[in-house]
Design a protein around this ligand. Structure first.
Ligand code: PMP
Length: 437
């Protein structure tokens, strides 16, 4: 499906963009417009976007209300720096505190998930006076030197950033249990293992435990319902803060609460988020308990944090999520997708596991269901074949063998059914090249 501009853009990418800036597909896709759940490429071809700019566009591309808020703001004031206040920034802080679990009541604004996680670490160290952190295997928290250190995916620790004062605990990867146990008879042993990690891998002075509520890049690893209660009890006993990285899981994506972690019945000490909040405009937040927030006096300057344009985009996005009942839609559409994927699994042997919550769904592909041999190459072929069929999906997992489905929360039943049909076509195409055992 190459076009003249596709060839030209691939050449310009190779010439002008750094190698480290990866794009999907051997022939990169250049997008020129988007509306709702669809995007259009430079050849005029439309795709159903079920990855939403890496789990970002909660209310879809180019939403008229977000655009109107942004247009209004850019005609008034586009930037002030964090040295001055703006109404949109304060309105947003107020709105976020209202939406957050009780007890989380002070906000810091940044520009990316990475930056939010940096600030969260600073808060935890200042509040506790301790140095160490515990993170999870297969975690992804960003691309700065510090956040690489708390990332538990070898592929993303690729320039020698040595983790400093970071210990890793087994993740709740039930499909491939790191402890070779089976849920629920395991008794959530992976959560209990944190106790051993504290005793054997840290100095005893642990500032915080870091976890993505559901691991995204790591392959939509979805902890069982009891997991965080067990974790929190251990952390509380040791005076360790819980930092929930909700960069992907907040704002209704998981189908119920504004902060996904609420579904597990615990309240973290610090939450970070970004991605969907600005519906594509760069903005991130850290929200923390007042005494934790107050322990960090800074100064922590950032030039663009909470800028008024992104803040207006975020305010409009949150309003739409609420007024249009998008969390409930995420739950309904997520259930429909899950049912459809489980039905596909009956006749597509590539599918080893289907998991997730709301509209954060992972489909793990295997070469052989009995051995669970990861199907990394087939997964790449499926992502390519989805594109050919007119569907954009993501890829993740420690073996690169998980299809990530994280569409806008506005999707309809008809779009879910179209996506399932295209996914089926893509699986069939990949199974011809990569037959299962
Ligand atoms: N945390 C999580 C859970 C993420 O998924 C990501 C991005 N994929 C980040 C942090 C980093 O966010 P950003 O790319 O905005 O820096």
């Amino acid at each position: 499906m190459a076009t003249v501009s596709a060839g030209r853009n691939a050449a310009r990418k190779a010439r002008y963009l750094m190698e480290c800036q990866r794009t999907y597909f051997r022939e990169p896709l250049t997008l020129v417009s988007g509306r709702g759940a669809y995007v259009t490429d430079d050849a005029g071809r439309q795709y159903l976007d079920f990855f939403a700019g890496i789990a970002v566009l909660l209310v879809g591309h180019s939403h008229p209300k977000v655009n109107a808020a942004v247009h209004d703001q850019i005609d008034k004031l586009t930037h002030t720096s964090t040295l001055y206040l703006t109404e949109p920034m304060l309105d947003l802080a107020e709105r976020i505190v209202e939406a957050a679990p009780a007890g989380l009541d002070k906000v810091f604004f940044g520009n990316s998930g990475t930056e939010a996680n940096e600030v969260a670490a600073a808060l935890a160290r200042h509040f506790t006076g301790a140095k160490d952190f515990i993170a999870l295997d297969h975690a992804y928290h960003g691309r700065s030197m510090w956040t690489i250190g708390v990332s538990g995916l070898a592929a993303y620790r690729n320039f020698g950033a040595e983790p400093q004062h970071v210990a890793f605990a087994p993740n709740a990867y039930c499909y491939r249990c790191p402890l070779q146990l089976t849920y629920p008879s395991c008794g959530i042993a992976c959560a209990k293992a944190i106790e051993d990690v504290i005793a054997t891998q840290t100095s005893g002075g642990v500032a915080a435990f870091y976890a993505e509520t559901i691991q995204g890049v790591g392959g939509i690893i979805t902890p069982p319902p009891e997991y965080y209660t067990v974790v929190k009890e251990i952390l509380d006993r040791h005076g360790i803060l819980f930092i929930a990285d909700e960069v992907q899981t907040a704002w209704g994506r998981l189908g119920r609460s504004m902060f996904g972690i609420s579904d597990w019945g615990v309240t973290p000490d610090i939450v970070t988020s970004a991605k969907g909040l600005g519906n594509g405009f760069p903005i991130s937040i850290v929200i923390a308990r007042r005494e934790v927030a107050d322990a960090y006096k800074g100064p922590h300057i950032n030039t663009f944090g909470g800028n008024p344009v992104s803040a207006r985009a975020a305010l409009a996005t949150l309003e739409i999520v609420e007024e249009d009942g998008l969390a409930a839609n995420a739950q309904r559409m997520g259930a429909r997708l899950m049912d459809g994927l489980r039905e596909l699994a009956l006749r597509r042997p590539l599918i080893g596991d289907v998991r997730g919550r709301g509209l954060m769904i992972g489909v793990e592909l295997v070469r052989d269901r009995a051995t669970k041999e990861p199907a990394g190459a087939a997964t790449e072929a499926v992502v390519d074949a989805c594109r050919d069929a007119g569907l954009l999906v993501g890829r993740g997992g420690v073996h690169g063998s998980v299809i990530r489905i994280q569409p806008p929360l506005i999707i309809t039943s008809a779009q879910v059914d179209d996506a399932l049909a295209m996914f089926d076509t893509a699986l069939a195409a990949a199974e011809l090249v990569y037959p299962c055992a």
